[in-house]
Ligand binder design. Structure first.
Ligand code: AMP
Length: 572
C-alpha cells in the first residue's frame, strides 16, 4: 500500500532537484512502490489533476475556502492564517508552518494511503449544489487533520491547483518506463498511448495490468486524441524538398474541433480537449446525421458569408457569436467545418493509415453544407504550391498546410507530417507561439493600465526547460492590456517557474499558462535570453510584438527552442 507520506517525501525531494534525469530516477523509485490500483491515482495527482482534463472535473477550491480549512485544522484564527500567508506568499508553506505549531491538543492522526487522499480529493471536486462549499471545506479539513505538516503543504497546493512540481508529462512517462524496464525503452509506446487518449492515469493503469497492452493501444470514441501539430518551413521549395509530392490544403484560421460520434451520442473537443458540444448545437445535429455509426474526425470551424464570399477568422466568429448569440449567428453566418482528418471509423483506428487513404475517406464522407472536406490539391512542384498559397491569401485565409501523403496521424507530435506556410507579418519571417512567464508594469501613458510588457518563453524539448526568447512591449491594444493584466494578476507567483531557465527577471513572475503568438523581424544571438543557449549565448526575437492571445492553444503546443534555432538557420 502506498502511503501518502512517502509520496509527500518524494514531492519534497523533487522540489529540490531540477535535472530531468535525477527527477526521473526519484520518480521511478516511487512508481515501483505503487500497485495497479494506485498508479493511476498517483499519476493524476503528480499531474496536478484529479481526472483527465476533458472530464471537466477540477479540484479548484478557492483560496478563501482553503484558508477556512487551514484555520479549522490548525486551531489558528482565519486572520492568523491570512497574516502568515501574506508573509509566505504560499498557502502550502503557511499550512505547513502552522501545523508544525499546531495548537490543538486532542490530535488524531492516522496514516493516509494514496487512494484515501485521492478519494477525498474527488469528493472535494464533485461536491456541488447548495452547501457544497461547506462540504468541500469539511473534506479538506478532515484531510488536513490527518496530515503531517509536509503532507499538508502538498495537499493545500494541490486543491488550489498550484502543485507545480516542475515534473512534466515526458518525465512521468520516462519514469514509468524506468520503473518497469530499468530504462527508457518503453517511453515511446507509452507516449503514443498517452497521445491517443490524453489520459495518463488510464494509460498507467492499463500498463500496470498488462505492459503489452500499451503496444496495441487503440483510439476510442470519447477519449480525445492529442491533436497532431504542424511543423513550419518558410518557402514552397523547402516543403517540396522535404516531403516531395504532397497534399496541399487551405489553412483555415478558425477553431479546431475534434468531433466524436457513437450511435446517437456526440461530443466535440477543443484543441485543449475541453468539451464544447454545448457551444455548437448546429454542428452537433449535423454530426448526428452522419451515416457512420462511430466516427472521430477533425476540422476547422469558421463562419462563412456566402454573399460576400468571405471567411471570418476565429476571433471575428467568436466575437459575433458573443454579440448576436449562438442561435442568431447560426442562421446569419452558419459555421462551416472544414474537415481535414479522420481518425476512427466504425471500430477501426485509422491513425496508422497513410494520410492519402484517410483523405480519400474524407472526400467521400464530407460533402454537406456544414461539414465539408477541406480544399486540397495534389502538388509536386514548388511553383504550383506557391500559386495555391497566393490563392489562399486572396481568399482571406491564413496560408496553406502541406501534408505528407505517406504519414500516419501523428497525435500530439510535430513530425513533418504536416507543414505550414503562413502569411508573414510585415517583414517578419514568421510567428512564434510562446508562453507568458512574467510581466512588467507600465510607465507613462500606460501607467493607467499598470501594464508594460511580457516576458515570453519557448520550450526546449531536449531538457524539458522553458527558455526565454523575448520581452514584448508593443503590439497590444488597450483592451488586450486590460485583459492581460487582469488574467496575469490572478496567476502571479513569488518565484520563477521551476523549469524556467532565465537570465532576466520581470517585475512579476506568473505561472506559465497563457500562450501568445509573437510577431518579430528576425532572430538574433543574445546574451540576455536563454532559448537554445550554448556557451552563454542564446537566441532571441528581434522587435518582438504581440500578434494575438492564443486561448485555444495549450502550453504543450508552444514553439520549441529547436524550431527557433531552425528559423535562425533559415534566415541565413
Ligand atoms: P498553427 O496554429 O499555426 O500552429 O497551425 C496549426 C493549426 O492550423 C491546426 O491546429 C488547425 O487548427 C489549423 N488548420 C487550419 N486548416 C488546417 C488544415 N487544412 N489542416 C490541418 N490543420 C489546419
Amino acid at each position: 500500500m502506498l502511503l501518502f507520506s512517502d509520496v509527500a517525501a518524494v514531492f519534497d525531494e523533487l522540489e529540490k532537484r531540477s535535472g530531468r534525469l535525477e527527477m526521473t530516477d526519484i520518480l521511478a523509485e516511487l512508481f515501483k512502490k505503487a500497485k495497479g490500483n494506485e498508479i493511476g491515482e498517483l499519476v493524476y495527482i503528480m499531474q496536478g489533476i484529479i481526472a483527465p482534463p476533458y472530464s471537466g472535473i477540477d479540484v479548484g477550491i478557492g483560496e478563501r475556502f482553503a484558508i477556512d480549512a487551514i484555520a479549522a485544522a490548525s486551531g489558528y484564527t482565519k486572520m492568523q492564517v491570512e497574516e502568515n500567508y501574506k508573509k509566505s506568499g504560499d498557502l502550502g508553506d503557511t499550512v505547513e508552518k502552522l501545523l508544525e505549531k499546531r495548537k490543538q491538543t486532542a490530535l488524531f492522526t492516522s496514516e493516509m494511503n494514496i487512494n484515501y487522499v485521492y478519494d477525498a480529493m474527488m469528493h472535494i471536486s464533485i461536491a456541488g449544489g447548495t452547501g457544497s462549499q461547506e462540504q468541500k471545506i469539511k473534506h479538506l479539513t478532515e484531510l488536513l487533520n490527518n496530515a503531517s505538516p509536509l503532507e499538508a503543504r502538498f495537499l493545500v497546493r494541490f486543491v488550489l491547483g498550484r502543485l507545480r512540481l516542475g515534473v512534466g508529462d515526458p518525465t512521468i512517462l520516462d519514469a514509468i518506463s524506468v520503473a518497469h524496464a530499468g530504462d527508457k525503452s518503453l517511453r515511446e509506446p507509452l507516449e503514443r498511448a498517452y497521445n491517443v487518449c490524453a489520459d495518463m492515469g488510464y494509460v498507467a493503469r492499463e500498463f500496470y495490468k498488462d505492459p503489452k497492452s500499451i503496444e496495441k493501444f487503440k483510439v476510442q470514441p470519447f477519449k480525445p486524441l492529442m491533436p497532431a501539430l504542424a511543423e513550419r518551413l518558410s518557402t514552397p521549395k523547402e516543403i517540396i524538398d522535404k516531403i516531395g509530392k504532397c497534399g496541399v490544403e487551405m489553412k483555415y484560421d478558425g477553431l479546431r474541433l475534434q468531433c466524436h460520434k457513437k450511435e446517437n451520442q456526440v461530443e466535440i473537443y477543443s484543441r485543449k480537449l475541453e468539451k464544447m458540444a454545448h457551444m455548437f448545437p448546429d454542428i452537433v445535429e449535423t454530426i448526428k446525421k452522419l451515416k457512420a455509426k462511430e466516427i472521430i474526425f477533425e476540422g476547422e470551424a469558421l463562419a462563412y458569408n456566402a454573399k460576400k464570399k468571405r471567411y471570418y477568422s476565429f476571433q471575428e466568429t467568436m466575437h459575433r457569436r458573443r454579440k448576436h448569440g449562438i442561435e442568431a449567428m447560426a442562421k446569419e453566418f452558419p459555421l462551416n467545418v472544414f474537415v481535414f482528418d479522420i481518425l476512427y471509423l466504425n471500430g477501426k483506428d485509422l491513425t496508422n493509415e497513410p494520410y492519402k487513404q484517410r483523405r480519400e475517406k474524407i472526400k467521400k464522407m464530407f460533402r454537406g453544407k456544414i461539414l465539408k472536406a477541406s480544399k486540397s490539391s495534389l502538388v509536386s512542384k514548388a511553383e504550383k504550391l506557391d500559386e495555391i498559397f497566393e490563392e489562399s491569401l486572396a481568399e482571406g485565409l491564413e496560408g496553406i498546410m502541406a501534408k505528407d501523403l505517406a504519414a500516419p496521424y501523428t497525435a500530439g507530435k510535430r513530425k513533418f507530417a504536416w507543414i505550414k506556410l503562413k502569411k508573414s507579418y510585415g517583414k517578419a519571417v514568421d510567428t512564434v507561439d510562446g508562453v507568458i512567464v512574467g510581466y512588467y508594469l507600465g510607465r507613462g501613458t500606460r501607467a493607467e493600465f499598470e501594464f508594460g510588457g511580457l516576458l515570453i518563453a519557448v520550450y526546449n524539448s531536449d531538457n524539458g526547460k522553458l527558455e526565454t526568447v523575448a520581452k514584448i512591449g508593443s503590439g497590444f491594444t488597450e483592451e488586450e492590456m486590460r485583459e492581460l493584466k487582469e488574467k496575469l494578476e490572478k496567476i502571479k507567483t513569488e518565484k520563477a517557474p521551476k523549469n524556467l531557465d532565465y537570465n532576466i527577471e520581470p517585475e512579476f513572475w506568473v505561472e506559465p499558462k497563457y500562450v501568445i503568438e509573437v510577431a518579430f523581424d528576425d532572430i538574433t544571438i543574445s546574451s540576455i535570453h536563454t532559448c537554445g543557449k550554448k556557451n552563454e549565448k542564446g537566441y532571441a526575437l528581434r522587435f518582438p510584438r504581440m500578434a494575438k492571445i492564443r486561448e485555444d492553444k495549450s502550453i504543450k503546443e508552444i514553439t520549441t527552442s529547436e524550431e527557433v534555432i531552425a528559423m535562425f538557420n533559415l534566415q541565413k
